[in-house]
Design a protein around this ligand. Structure first.
Ligand SMILES: [Fe+2]
Length: 183
């Protein structure tokens, strides 16, 4: 079994049964990652693995801190996953901003590499909805605000994080154009 297949099996084991919608989301995010492996300076192997693992912290089996980027990263670290993949999961989609709002510490211990690979992961997560449907980033963020409430903690997180999320999406889209990948 190669590294990606092992990560896929792990994600399926943790998510598919307790959280089928989340599992659909993760599979669709991983499919987006597949499209981006030819983009310049994107590490396709690490991107695909991080994409399929990015939300495993939602699994009730490992949700110890009740904050999925941190729970996922800590679990993967204990499983012996490479530091880079662990950090990509810990920091995905501006998790540090939500952690600060929730008063949760630990995310800051992981490095946010601010690279094309990291931007690509954030892009993939921004174009896939909660049941795995393809959405524009704007529709994705509108859907999150509707689901949680604009004035909820998640709504406030989005208000603060959206500029950074949008920049990661725009940088990735520009790289996709250069690489000839359809937006
Ligand atoms: Fe996600």
């Amino acid at each position: 079994m190669d590294r990606f297949d092992a990560a896929l099996s792990l994600s399926e084991a943790l998510l598919a049964d307790p959280l089928p919608d989340r599992w659909r989301h993760v599979q669709a995010v991983a499919a987006q990652a597949d499209r981006l492996v030819s983009v310049a300076d994107v590490d396709g192997d690490d991107l695909r693995i991080a994409a399929v693992l990015h939300d495993i912290g939602y699994s009730p089996a490992i949700a110890h801190a009740q904050f999925h980027p941190l729970d996922g990263a800590r679990f993967l670290d204990a499983e012996g996953y490479p530091e880079r993949v662990v950090a990509l999961v810990a920091r995905h989609s501006c998790a540090i901003v939500e952690a600060d709002l929730r008063g949760i510490t630990g995310v800051e211990e992981f490095h946010d590499e601010q690279s094309p690979t990291r931007d690509a992961l954030w892009y993939c997560d921004a174009v896939i909805g909660p049941q795995g449907q393809l959405l524009s980033p704007d529709d994705r963020w509108t859907e999150i605000r509707r689901r949680y409430g604009a004035h909820s903690l998640v709504g406030r997180f989005l208000d603060e994080a959206e500029p950074q999320l949008r920049e990661a999406v725009h940088r990735t889209e520009a790289r996709m154009r250069v690489a000839g990948v359809v937006l």
